[in-house]
Design a binder for this molecule. Structure first.
Ligand code: ADP
Ligand code: ZN
Length: 364
């Protein structure tokens, strides 16, 4: 088992990564101070696969447990499901000494974390992420939220878990599309922070998609290390944490333009990173050789094809509504070389229009 720490003073916590670690969940939770009751929040895909192993381990350690499963998918990150889970927690008499276990992908993690942050003004929780995306990104850093009809993640908090426990074996059942989606975030870490890691991915990624466990463990560990490092310097995204949004301005716009139905997050992020890298090259920030390497690595894990119709105006609108827009400016995180990015807020609308126009010319 590999472990690392997210350094946040009194809110510091460990990330533990290994194989077959679900069976140690009970002991792990005891070791970080959980006792009494635990509400496991999961979804209907994950529950039949992994809830029993967790329950067995928790019961062995003397915890009283209850499981609440939501339907899988982004729509479940809603007030409606939050309300249902609050009711289940109240029925179970979950008190402030009790805790919540988020067992699942990013949807479960965000929702269960939001419940933990607000139920009785906050109870402790632990993240047990089961998708690659959640393991390398959303389970680390304490961003928790539900969606509002006007936008994703609009209602939420920064609320750190007490532990992140990653069982790599849960990836065995993950559909290929979800694995590829997480891989987009992994590549992101190489581009924004670590050229050596980027090169390692470049050399080995094919094997990874075939799931060689040792390498997978390494890339999950590396990704968490980079994320933990960034988050511990800037917990609430006042500055440097913004670099984690590389590819996300355009990625989110693509997701929004297709009503969040066509792409999953990582698939849209793929295109977002491609476009941001091209923009960086056009701005003279990134050399052509590095751009080619980034494009090549992205190609290697495979793009999801574009939809038959894509509305450029909708994409532009998506850029306008991006949460990260400050004072009406579009913020882009652009690579200056592989392993380093800068935050840019003065890219003109014309340049973005031209970038999109050329992108459309190439694909439509
Ligand atoms: P993400 O983690 O990418 O943010 P979700 O939480 O929506 O997204 O998870 C993606 C999909 O994968 C969901 O349908 C979820 O039920 C399913 N899923 C999560 N973990 C596993 C797993 N280990 N095996 C199989 N399916 C899983
Ligand atoms: Zn992301």
């Amino acid at each position: 088992m590999k472990e690392l720490k997210v350094e946040l003073a009194s809110r510091s916590y460990k990330i533990k990564i290994g194989q077959d670690v679900l069976q140690d969940l009970g002991q792990e939770l005891q070791s970080v101070g959980f006792k009494g009751k635990l509400l496991i929040v999961t979804d209907e895909n994950v529950s039949p696969l992994y809830a029993d192993s967790c329950l067995e381990s928790l019961e062995k350690s003397g915890f009283q447990t209850r499981v609440f499963s939501i339907p899988p998918g982004e729509e479940s990150k809603s007030w409606m499901w939050a309300e249902q889970i609050f009711s289940a927690a109240l029925d179970f008499n979950l008190d402030r000494d009790s805790g919540i276990v988020a067992l699942g992908g990013g949807v479960v993690g965000d929702l269960a974390g939001f419940i933990a942050a607000t139920y009785l003004r906050g109870v402790a929780y632990v993240q047990v992420p089961t998708t690659l995306l959640a393991q390398v990104d959303s389970s680390v850093g304490g961003k928790v939220a539900i969606n509002h009809s006007r936008g994703k993640n609009m209602i939420g908090a920064f609320y750190q878990p007490r532990l992140v426990l990653i069982d790599l074996n849960t990836l065995d059942t993950l559909p290929f599309r979800e694995l590829r989606s997480g891989m987009a975030e992994v590549i992101k870490y190489g581009v924004i922070r670590d050229d050596i890691f980027f090169k390692e991915l470049y050399r080995n990624l094919v094997t990874t998609l075939e799931q060689e466990k040792e390498f997978l463990e390494y890339i999950v560990f590396k990704s968490c290390l980079i994320k933990a490092d960034v988050v511990s310097v800037d917990e609430q995204e006042g500055g440097v944490r913004a670099i984690l949004n590389f590819g996300h301005t355009l990625g989110h716009a693509l997701e929004a333009a297709t009503d969040y139905k066509y792409f999953n997050h990582g698939e849209a992020l793929h295109y977002g990173m491609l476009l941001a890298s091209r923009l960086a090259c056009r701005e003279g920030l990134l050399d052509l050789k590095s751009l080619n390497l980034i494009e090549d690595l992205l190609c290697r894990i495979g793009f999801k094809g574009l939809p038959p119709v894509l509305d450029a105006d909708k994409i532009k609108k998506g850029l306008t509504y991006d949460k990260k827009r400050k004072e009406g400016k579009m913020i882009f995180i652009l690579p200056e070389r592989i392993g380093r990015v800068g935050i840019y807020d003065s890219i003109s609308q014309e340049k973005v229009d031209k970038l999109l126009l050329d992108f459309f010319k190439e694909f439509y």
